[in-house]
Ligand binder design. Structure first.
Ligand code: NAI
Ligand code: MG
Length: 503
């Protein structure tokens, strides 16, 4: 058991308020909870009420230095373990996460405002799934024999990169962290995670749980703000790889620093994902798909949110009306309440940003924004960052709502007449993360799937990221892949060639 600054039960803690307090004020470095060297901390706020629920350690370059130093030391021994043994430890950590799903679900609901039933518990389960998946891949870190010459044995081996710096956002912090940490560790690297300032607690708890089975120093976590804590992690000379999920703007800053050091990066950035609906689709299935595609249960705070929906003209109006009616049935409210479908926006800053987009849309001539569902009436939630989902029609492709990532519960629906025209519209975007097509005509569907500029195209479904399937965008949506064997091999190892002249 790790020494804690505050008392917290070893067993799963189903009171997220108590657990948040217990996790206050610490990084996790070298297997120990440790406060910021500066002594500073910042507030973690429950976005459903505006109340402070914890303080998080406010890390800076001194904390990063300590974390990277411990990670570099631990990595040397970690890399000497057989790969399958490393995987087995990650797998063991997955079992611990499984035991704590309910706890982690409640904690992430408290700090992010994502509803427990529809989002937070699901995310906690998926973390365990991702750890189980990568935990089984140790034996896949194989090299090749190369037929160079008959008397020269030529082989390749996969080696870890060293210390990996992982910077994560607040929308799905536990899962996005797992997608980075699990393959990095199984491949023999050590990791320093910089958590998102809005959501530092549940990831810290996962780090604690995993540190119960991993050697100290292999998985470290610092909390703090981007420029003060994230930037020194990227810049640190012993950090040999950076994996980042977040905004395009910050992704470019990370990439520039990494370029100076000539280290590889993986960047998972934003999206403006189109959903294309043909009149021959299975209407009810597609309608349900539109709700999940738009990630309304996550308040649209998803890089794969179907924020542009194109519907073939004969069913356009029917689709818009049916979709609005469906969203009306969704319940907005206390994220910790089992009845709640839709929780809150993460922070005041994001709330203002989303509201500004909605106002701009409403002010656009010819556009209609239909607000759906209903604001919660519980007085305890009156300061909560709730935004009613809005379905816009009548916008044009020039609108900022159609071009920029809103990262809120806002979608824009357009009619279309012909597949080539809709393809051009769908590809007319800076982004290229994901797309979905809804049709029973496989010929039309496959044809468009090949032509869509996106890292992931799904026909008649729109699932979120899944273990075993390579995930990552093109254009401004990023560089590299996550979630798959390929991601572990290509992004967390390098290939060394060894030749033996036996002549
Ligand atoms: P952000 O990209 O600024 O933050 C993501 C992470 O990067 C956080 O941990 C942050 O502390 C860190 N960071 C910030 N500045 C940094 C720097 N100079 N060096 C190193 N690390 C740094 O995203 P933010 O401000 O939270 O959200 C802004 C917008 O970004 C959202 O509205 C959304 O459009 C997009 N976004 C996309 C995400 C995705 O899943 N692709 C996730 C979060 C945000
Ligand atoms: Mg930012």
């Amino acid at each position: 058991m790790l020494d804690r600054p505050n008392p917290a039960p070893e067993a799963p803690c189903l009171d997220p308020f108590a657990l948040a307090k217990a996790l206050s004020g610490s990084h996790l470095i070298g297997g120990r909870f440790t406060p910021a060297r500066s002594g500073r901390s910042f507030a973690v706020v429950n976005p459903a009420t505006g109340d402070e629920v914890a303080q998080a350690a406010e890390g800076d370059a001194a904390d990063v230095e300590a974390a990277v130093a411990d990670a570099a030391k631990a990595q040397k021994e970690w890399a000497k373990l057989p790969a399958r043994k490393r995987g087995a430890l990650v797998h063991k950590a997955a079992a611990l996460i499984r035991d704590h799903v309910e706890e982690l679900g409640r904690l992430i609901a408290l700090e992010t405002g994502k509803a427990l039933r529809t989002e937070s518990r699901v995310e906690a389960n998926t973390v365990a799934d991702v750890l189980e998946f990568f935990g089984g891949l140790g034996g896949e870190l194989k090299g090749e024999t190369v037929p160079f010459a008959p008397d020269v044995l030529s082989v390749t081996v996969r080696e870890p990169l060293g210390v990996v710096g992982a910077i994560i956002p607040w929308n799905v912090p536990m899962l996005l962290m797992a997608l980075k940490v699990a393959p990095a560790l199984v491949a023999g690297n050590s990791v320093v995670v910089k958590s998102a300032e809005e959501a530092p607690l549940a990831v810290l708890r996962i780090c604690e749980l995993m540190n119960r089975v991993l050697p100290p120093g292999v998985f470290n976590m610092v909390s703090g703000f981007g420029p003060e804590c994230g930037a020194p992690l990227v810049a640190h000379p012993l950090v040999r790889k950076v994996t980042f999920t977040g905004s395009v703007e910050t992704g470019k800053i990370v990439y520039r620093t990494a370029a100076e050091k000539l280290i590889p990066v993986t960047l998972e950035l934003g999206g403006k994902s189109p959903m294309i609906v043909f009149a021959d689709c299975d209407f009810d299935k597609t309608l349900a798909g539109a709700l999940t595609s738009m990630r309304f249960t996550r308040q649209g705070q998803s890089c794969t949110a179907a924020s542009r929906i194109y519907v073939e003209r004969p069913i356009f109006q029917k689709f818009v009306d049916a979709m609005a009616a469906k969203v009306d049935q969704m319940v907005m409210g206390d994220p910790l309440d089992e009845k709640t479908d839709i929780g809150t926006i993460i922070s005041d800053g994001q709330f203002d940003k989303v509201k500004a987009f909605i106002e701009e849309g409403r002010a656009t001539a010819g556009a209609t924004g239909r607000a759906c569902s209903a604001m919660p009436d519980d007085p305890a939630l009156k300061k909560g960052l709730f935004i009613q989902p809005v379905i816009f029609t009548g916008l044009t492709r020039e609108s900022r709502l159609v071009r920029e990532e809103i990262f809120g519960p806002v979608t824009c629906i357009f009619p279309f007449d012909d597949p080539e025209a809709v393809l051009a519209e769908a590809n007319d975007s800076e982004y290229g993360l994901a797309a979905s097509l809804w049709t029973n005509n496989l010929k039309v569907g496959l044809n468009l799937a090949h032509k869509l500029e996106a890292g992931l195209v799904q026909i008649n479904q729109n699932l979120v990221v899944q273990a075993n399937l390579s995930y990552g965008g093109v254009k401004s949506s990023g560089l590299g892949k996550e979630a798959s064997l390929e991601a572990m091999l290509e992004h967390f190892t390098h290939k060394k060639t060894i030749m033996v002249n036996m002549g």
